[in-house]
Design a protein around this ligand. Structure first.
Ligand code: SAJ
Length: 420
């Protein structure tokens, strides 16, 4: 069978290489010509463990080819981004472009699968775009339409950056078609390369499930972040508090941090708020709590810096979470950028996964550094990301420093400012 994968990013590319490894001929499509060229040379444009080897072998074996244009296939997978606009409304431009780009290539019997996180109703919308553009095709389950049918389903990705290739195979998958036939065929397809359970439902429930999962995590992180503010106010160590409370058999509190980043958890809950603003009150509030956390950290650091003459701040980590190089939607970036803009301190930024500072941090007071130098020179050590690489920093090095530990990383360090 031949699969056309639209979008060769964090989800599309690993999925394409996994399919190729399982014997599907994969035609991968991306709008970025540089991405396409690199993939065809067997190289990758994103950092993800083992992805380079997977893509290399998929391309070398001839099972994966990238292109800027779609081609005919049996199965089409849409794995393009769904960001949100300024007004917190979902932006379906990429989904619409990708869906409309494949329509001319569709043949009766084809299966179209949407994997992108999407508002409820998007999969049905894709079906409607298809029949509106192609009079010769149908999405109806009725028997007389059977000969020219297109099948359409939603199957949300659920993989965690940093362990995508493993989770693509091992995670359970939810599959929701626009009708039962679409659901069944899609389920059969995923069973060919997924070891986890394949759970069948309808398209709307599957769309809602994805949004629910990420909103669940956002609300729970907001709870932890709110606890950190309360603890800071009451002078209690929030890390110890959570450790103790989690000994209760039915309590499992997540970890506070500098805020919530990434392109999923900080985005998807807005899709629910947008769809049901009257009902989604808690989910909305959680977003606000998490979005305010970086500013709380900024305030905290500025107050501490104000007590020092020519303060030097070591900022440890820019990525949106541990052990990845992804700086997009990172609360650490918000914090460091804002601190840099104030010009009140000299800043040594440590991010072991990048080679140069992003443009918005290029400033005469900001230097990209290593942990040794940054901590050595700093008055204030601001831990923003719990990268394994920072384990090399010893309590001795922090002895004379003011430590603002947003992740509870240096639990044993002296003079730790807790709770931020
Ligand atoms: N974070 C905390 N405290 C925690 C856990 C996370 O502050 O206890 C922060 C992280 O530092 C980061 C943000 O939350 O800034 C998000 O990180 P994450 O590891 O929770 O999630 P993502 O964005 O890498 O991946 C999530 C996953 N969803 C869930 O766990 C419900 C993943 O399974 C999804 O596939 C992915 O979103 C997605 O693509 O939707």
């Amino acid at each position: 069978k031949k699969v056309c994968v639209m979008g060769l990013g964090y989800i599309g590319l690993p999925t394409a290489s996994l399919l190729a490894m399982n014997g599907f001929y994969v035609h991968g499509v991306d709008v970025n010509i540089h991405t396409v060229e690199r993939i065809n040379q067997g190289e990758v444009h994103i950092t993800e463990p083992d992805l380079d080897l997977a893509v290399q072998s998929a391309v070398q074996s001839g099972f994966l080819r990238a292109s800027t244009a779609p081609a005919e296939a049996d199965i089409f997978i849409l794995a393009v981004p769904t960001p949100f606009k300024e007004n917190n409304k979902p932006d379906l431009t990429y989904v619409e472009q990708a869906a409309k780009a494949i329509i001319p290539f569709l043949r009766p019997g084809n299966l179209v699968i949407l994997e992108s996180t999407s508002p409820v109703g998007t999969t049905e919308q894709i079906g409607d775009w298809i029949v509106a553009a192609r009079e010769d095709l149908s999405i109806s389950e009725s028997l007389h339409a059977a000969y020219n049918r297109i099948f359409v389903s939603y199957c949300p990705e659920r993989v965690l950056p940093g362990q995508i290739l493993r989770e693509l195979v091992e995670n359970d998958r939810i599959i929701g078609g626009i009708d039962e036939a679409s659901t069944h065929w899609t389920a059969d397809f995923y069973r060919r390369f997924v070891k986890g359970a394949i759970l069948e439902t309808n398209a709307r429930t599957a769309e809602m499930a994805k949004l629910t999962e990420n909103s669940f995590r956002d609300v729970n992180i907001a709870f932890a972040n709110e606890l950190s503010l309360i603890c800071d106010h009451l002078d209690i160590d929030v890390w110890e508090l959570i450790r103790l409370a989690n000994h209760h058999p039915r309590v499992n509190i997540l970890q506070p941090g500098p805020g919530v980043g990434g392109h999923c958890i900080a985005v998807d809950p807005w899709f629910l708020v947008d769809a049901a603003p009257e009902q989604a009150k808690l989910i909305h509030t959680a977003r606000i709590v998490n979005d305010q956390k970086p500013w709380y950290v900024v305030e905290k650091v500025l107050q501490l810096a104000a007590k020092l003459r020519s303060p030097v701040i070591a900022c440890l980590g820019l990525a949106f979470k541990a052990n990845i190089d992804d700086l997009r939607e990172s609360p650490s970036m918000v914090i460091v950028e804002h601190l840099a803009k104030t010009g009140l301190a000299t800043m040594y930024v440590v991010e072991p996964h990048i080679e140069q500072l992003p443009d918005n941090l290029r400033n005469e007071n900001v230097f990209l550094s290593d942990a040794e130098e940054a901590v050595g020179k700093a008055d204030i050590v601001l831990l923003l990301v719990n990268h394994e690489a920072f384990r090399s920093i010893s309590p001795d090095q922090l002895q004379e420093k003011i430590v603002v530990d947003t992740r509870g990383f240096f639990l044993l360090a002296p003079r730790v400012e807790v709770g931020v």
